[in-house]
Design a protein around this ligand. Sequence first.
Ligand code: ZN
Length: 343
Amino acid sequence: MSSKPSRIISDIDLDADGKQFGFLNIPYSRNDSAWGSIRMPMIVIKNGNGPTILFTGGNHGDEYEGPIGLLKLVRRLEPSRINGRVIVIPALNFPAVQAGTRLSPIDGLNMNRVFPGRREGTVTSMIAHYVYTEVLPLADVVVDIHAGGKSMTLVPCAVIHELEDRAMMERTLAAMRVFGAPLGLVLVELDSDGMLDTAVEEMGKVFISAELGGGGTVTTETVATADRGIHNMLSHFGVLNEPLITREELGLTPTRVMHTPEGNSFVVSDETGIYENLVDLGAEVSIGTPIGRVHFFETPEREHVEYKAERSGTLVCRYTPGLIKRGDCVGVIANDYPTPADG
Ligand code: ZN
């Protein structure tokens, strides 16, 4: 990686007290704008010497709870209420959020596969490189808010990974519980290279993600979960001196902590056709329970194919569009996370 500073320039003083709405200026010369750039919003709210939390939304451009919750936060949160620094990037893959697509329409890249990014790369890679070199070193905690996007829908959950450092794992588990989502998921990623998650975890910082719904839209529950999670992360890490909003006080069931221990937690389609979902999100399944069917509208005489659970557990994620292709993830089955009392 080049040691030269990022080509992205910010008009924000990250060390100044107060609230600043500013931009990252990303050079982007193109056919319709020879000396043009992209102005990507970043907001910093700082007071005193407490910890720094970085919140990101719009890592994928069709996931909306993060941008909604973070835009409300930055308008309402006054510096006098905090001790520390809150850095907010509400639309991390800004061109993707503009287009309402998972990936950037400029270079086709997935922001969450290009970290640590490249100074000389295309726009997505340049943004990742800026975040990696200029913002992550300042952060004690990073909260990256996702949803399933247009192709997936999940039980709203805070997400972490299994970490080798036990003390860091306990800190991260505690934060995941405090987030206040219906589900806390210790997720084994299918492909963790290039993720913001991996970059932050390798820096030894606390990383909490969330997957708050999906289908390319939001619900009142998923937005409320984002609002509560954002507040609770600020409170839990001591930036906001205000009480947590607990699920118990709202009359909700406690966060259920689950994990995806094996590769067969993920059910994948081998066929292309019309998808019929057979199990509602949050339902319990056993080995052999049909999760969904693929119907062959081009060959009506052909019997549909069913995809069955290969393990018992709870369906926490499901494929959402009507059309499915070979290789698409049909669903994810999670199991209760073993607590120390379980041995
Ligand atoms: Zn995402």
